[in-house]
Design a protein around this ligand. Sequence first.
Ligand code: TEU
Length: 585
Amino acid sequence: MDWFCLRLKDELSVLLQHRNGEECIVKRAWWKESVVYQIYPRSFCDTTGDGIGDLPGIVSKLDYIKELGADVIWLCPIYQSPNDDNGYDISDYFRIMEEFGTLVDFEHLLEEVHKRDMKLIMDLVVNHTSDEHAWFVESKKSRGSAYRDYYIWRSGKNGGPPNNWGSFFSGSAWEYHAETDQYYLHLFTKKQPDLNWENPQVRSDIFTMMRWWLDKGIDGFRMDVINLLSKHPDLPDMPAEDNNPHPLPIPYTANGPKIHSYLGEMKTEVLDLFPIMTVGEMPAVTPEEAVQYVHEESGTLNMVFHFEHMSLDMDFSRPGEVKKWKLTDLKAVLDKWQHSLHGRGWNSLYFNNHDQPRSVSRFGQAKQYRVESATALATILFLQQGTPFVYQGEELGMTNCAFERMEEYRDVATLNMYQQLLALGYAEEDIFPAIQRRSRDNARTPMQWDDSPNAGFTTGKPWIKVNPNYKEINAKQAVEDPDSVYNYYKKLFSIRRHNRVLVYGDYQPVLPDSEDVYAYLRTMDGEQVFIIGSFRKRPLEVDVSTEVKLGADRELLLSNYPSSPDQDNGIIHLEPYETRVYRIS
Ligand code: TEU
């Protein structure tokens, strides 16, 4: 680490010093000190019995979220949508999806969030709209339509689409429109046409919409695939790939030539006018690129969601497949992000969201050591430098769901992938296990509130299968059980809140080459905290004596085992998935 933290300079900033003696100042910010709780409204809590979560349902659970220690709520899209991609296909940015409630319900929710001294950020989906949005309805009417240029239309080439680009959700990224004899670009489903950000009118309409929501009092945005806005102007073909007629056009869409100009304009026109937080979701972003987006002085956004650690168990040679991941690979990725952003920008910290299989099933041991591994994962991630993002149910140690048949899946990406794999000649019995492990629906099963029918999520028929393990894993049980994942998360966030070193302090890896443990030190202002977590199913002896001074006055701040045997000599005995947090000076 080149920069290390000297001290909290004053109420507003932290002083860092570079190894070469140079000093720099990192600003304190509410969003750096916050914990964010992500809600997927469709699967959170249903009050009407239609089997779909709603806004009053969220209001009824605000005390639960507050009690956990969250400061900010991120709501996945709640705007009007035909739900081809569950709200990520917006047909009207100014209306609430009918199943979720009304604008009055939204205003009530916002008021109740603020009353509890929490904040609310909304999803901003502006790379694309729904094909049912009024702009697209007008756009497709004729080549001469005033809205034609709101989207990316091109004539075909050699009797096919304008280029060979593939969609993130399988197949070509172009859809033919016979009436006007042109194709439109859709990086996601064909019901999600990409907006043309080259058009100043598009930008201005989007900025107006953003100000409208911010004027209502929301506290920021999570920006969907925000680094895909600027496409390469020539839309060049991708190099051909074996067994894949439609390669993903990452090089021609991610971090494109005008992206910083568009976001700069958004900053001046919108973001700078409000005291908000922003986090941009960015496929294919490197730490160096991320610094440009989130730089303390010159960045346009506060944080990015990168995908590097989410790719570690994916086998890109076989669509949908998973591969064995190594602890040292996970550490290498996360350490790199810690190192690269330190003193320059701010990290987001996440293992779960609505697009990812559950982390305890992926990186932990969901069967034998569910509670232990879920708590170890949370400890080693959320005490790094950055803002923790918890996804609904993660705090209960919710697991992947044993879907039994294709008909049980709802996610358009999963369904399309299934069709694509069949078309590529894969056998059904090979595809299904891959889908079971990878499907986004693993994260979208209803929140498990209690052991009553449908996990207390709805009195009706849930829109998607409830994970059958809800009788054992549910919020009611977890809140009452002092040894639950939920109560551990509470303690974890409480120690983060009460120890600024865990927010702003330096991050220094310990035993980076170990395949057994994830360990690091956080240091600031003469204070030091040591974090260690085992990733093994057997007991371990770990020698940290050369890197960590575990003196006699060390204090065990947190552990996921009842009484941890402890020695002074730097040899730590760890039970399976045991994790510990020590204040050592
Ligand atoms: O996700 C963008 C994205 O990169 C994902 O499609 C990702 O590749 C995939 O989910 C990994 O499994 C965002 C939203 O989070 C997602 O829910 C939307 O479907 C997508 O954008 C389109 O808006």
